[in-house]
Design a protein around this ligand. Structure first.
Ligand code: DAH
Length: 352
């Protein structure tokens, strides 16, 4: 019997050596350790043995059982390790490959610049007042003191939306943010018609013109308009405010100058230049050798405009200014083509 047991053990271990995957290991377990395996048959044949033989054979059979179970456990581990090594080999991971970067959204460069302008104006006490993009001719032009045959009113400059039956007052896309001055003054004046409150507002937003699209002109662009109305406001306040704005926007050493100009809605009118930050005033391509860059239009609010807004020009004065965030950004980053702004090319947008 003892010989038979060592025979069973030997042949079981030999066949275990041939099992090299999970399913053949399972089959081996059933064949060698299952109910009808030769080893289990020894156990169930105990009844036929003599009293003296039983403990000896029992011990030997148990030893074989423990040995086979240990061999199975060891082989199972080895098979698992081999399978892992094989899959690592086959499914090679190249950890040196660069990862896929995520595209993180950001504000459009125009919006960024618009907000910079509004932040600075807010620090200086100007509140944002948003006004409509679709306007009527009277607010966009007439109430802003545009003479009846001013060239800016002609069809090629304005994008008209509705003209039929309203030849006197067609509907158009605003060509500038200045009509917001009229809306704002009227709303403020309504609060207290006898004593309208003073005003200090910034009017941001998109403007539209029927322009040929070229490197220098677009059909749409942003403007930020400023308006201050009150008693005793003078041209010195205008100069001081805008000089301070330029320093906050372009740096403490930014030099500015005012040039006389003309706008229908201001009198006197001016344009403000800053010293060219590309060449430091020496003259270059960006400033067309003048040493100066024009950055905004401004002036004292025309008495007719104050009147149209509900403010008595005998008592109130005010100043206004208008500037273009896209133009500022173009100067600042030496861009030579305005069409990049609405071209939606990510390579451009990502630079800001
Ligand atoms: N509305 C003018 C334009 O679109 C810009 C402007 C100039 C606005 C002078 C003003 C101003 O308020 O005072 O060209």
């Amino acid at each position: 019997m003892i010989d038979k047991l060592s025979e069973i053990e030997k042949s079981a271990l030999e066949s275990l050596a041939l099992a090299n995957d999970a399913s053949s290991l399972d089959a081996w377990r059933i064949a060698q350790l299952g109910r009808s395996s030769p080893l289990m048959q020894v156990f169930s044949g105990f009844g036929t043995l003599s009293k003296e033989e039983r403990p000896i054979v029992g011990q030997a059979a148990n030893k074989v059982k423990v040995a086979l179970e240990a061999a199975l456990a060891e082989k199972t581990e080895a098979v698992k390790a081999a399978a892992l090594a094989k899959s690592l080999e086959e499914e090679q991971l190249d950890v040196t490959l660069p990862g896929r970067t995520e595209h993180i959204g950001r504000l459009h460069p125009s919006t960024q610049q618009l907000r910079r302008v509004l932040d600075i104006l807010a620090e200086m006490g100007f509140q944002v007042y948003t006004s409509r993009e679709v306007e009527t001719d009277d607010v966009n032009f007439q109430l802003l003191n545009f003479p009846p045959h001013h060239p800016a009113r002609e069809m090629q400059d304005s994008l008209y939306i509705e003209t039929e039956g309203r030849e006197e007052n067609p509907i158009l896309m605003r060509t500038h943010t200045s009509p917001g001055q009229i809306h704002a003054m009227r709303e403020y004046a309504k609060m207290n018609p006898e004593n309208p409150p003073s005003i200090r507002i910034a009017l941001p937003g998109m403007c539209f013109r029927a322009e040929q699209i070229t490197a220098r002109s677009e059909v749409q662009f942003n403007q930020v308009e400023g308006l201050a109305v009150g008693e005793g406001i003078t041209f010195s306040d205008l100069k001081g405010t805008l000089t301070d704005f330029a320093r906050r926007m372009f740096g403490q050493n930014a030099r500015t100058r005012f040039r006389a100009s003309y706008f229908p809605f201001t009198e006197p009118s001016a344009e403000m230049d800053i010293e060219c930050f590309v060449c430091g005033g020496k003259g270059c391509q960006v400033c067309k050798n003048s040493g100066w860059l024009e950055i905004l239009g401004c002036g004292m609010v025309h008495p007719n405009v104050l009147q149209n807004g509900g403010y008595d020009p005998k008592r109130y004065t005010g100043f206004a200014f208008g500037m273009g965030p896209e133009r500022q950004l173009m100067l600042r980053s030496k861009m030579n083509d305005i069409r990049y702004f609405w071209g939606n090319d990510v390579r451009f947008l990502e630079q800001f």
